[in-house]
Ligand binder design. Sequence first.
Ligand code: 1CP
Length: 348
Amino acid sequence: MAEPHLAEKKILRVLSGETISPPPIWLMRQAGRYLPEYRELRAKASSFLEFCYTPELAAEATLQPIRRFGFDAAIIFSDILVVPDAFGQKVWFESGAGPRLTPIADAADLTRLRATIDLNRLAPVFDAIGRVKRDLPKETALIGFCGAPFTVAAYMVAGESSSDQAPARLLAYRDPGLFQELIDRLVLGSIDYLARQIEAGVEIVQIFDSWAGMLPEEQFARWCVAPVRAIIEAMRERHADVKIIAFPRRAGLALPEFAASTGADALGLDAAVDPFAAAKLIAPATALQGNLDPLALVAGGDALREATARILSAFAGRLHIFNLGHGILPETPIAHVEALLAQVRSGC
Ligand code: 1CP
């Protein structure tokens, strides 16, 4: 028999194989700059990493969208780039310019990093998870996360944001042995990091492979499918109960094979995926999460209503968690989020 706390959390029910109508909903990057209370909180820390590493602030940022909207899940407030930081790479965020890291160009650069992740450096994240757990409504699930090895490696190699991830892809072609060594370290570090998040109280983990869609098929199999599969296999051995969502953004036609090979409980779908095609092509035991275009949420009105209705109808009768196809945009009007919630909760 399912435990009572589990039965109350709709997302856990879907991830355990129960179809629910209307579907549960949360939004990627639901804590963030579109919320005035977030902007006020953010001003209390001098840097973004300090904000992530201050448990009271990270816990409060996690809870803000739950208080305001009552989403079915909270996601711990942090960033995927705390992992390179915990490997000893220098990471900082320049306002307006995004993340910056000292780039890894060759074997000597990799040697300067730690061989294993320093979980002590990430202790504030585990502390924040404990705080959120104490204050979260009993019907709200808590999601932990990490970046997938390829996506994190892409930032570690480029040292900044890139629209095509050419630096990491070039290194993978020119020196596959070195790139494999970086990916292998990230696989092991991600397993340890996710395991500690679970021990601290998260019930679900999401693996963000935001740049998976940049890779040709055989590179995708090597740098995205294999590492994510290795992480998921290890999590299943260590924590059999945890639910796992993988988000290989822009993976397109590779999605069904990715789902089958990695064994994720759910697949996050980006907004370019036709939800009717996904519902047909991906095995029904895999829950599907998504996939509203974040710009439709900015636009509101008919565009939002029609796109939402299409997603609800495509996934009717499927294991579905409503979400965006990528993170919420800072210019999103709060009234549009309220309208979306009302529509999803009406079921059509
Ligand atoms: O509410 C939540 O969803 C939790 C917070 C969260 C998550 C899940 C943040 C806070 N970042 C992330 C994940 C993350 N970070 C991803 C994967 C998801 C995605 O594709 O969006 C990626 C690629 C990053 C890297 C990153 N961190 C970027 C993107 C840069 C690029 O290449 O486009 C940026 C801008 C950041 C900083 C960041 N992380 C989070 C916030 C709120 C911010 C903005 C910080 C600020 O401007 O003050």
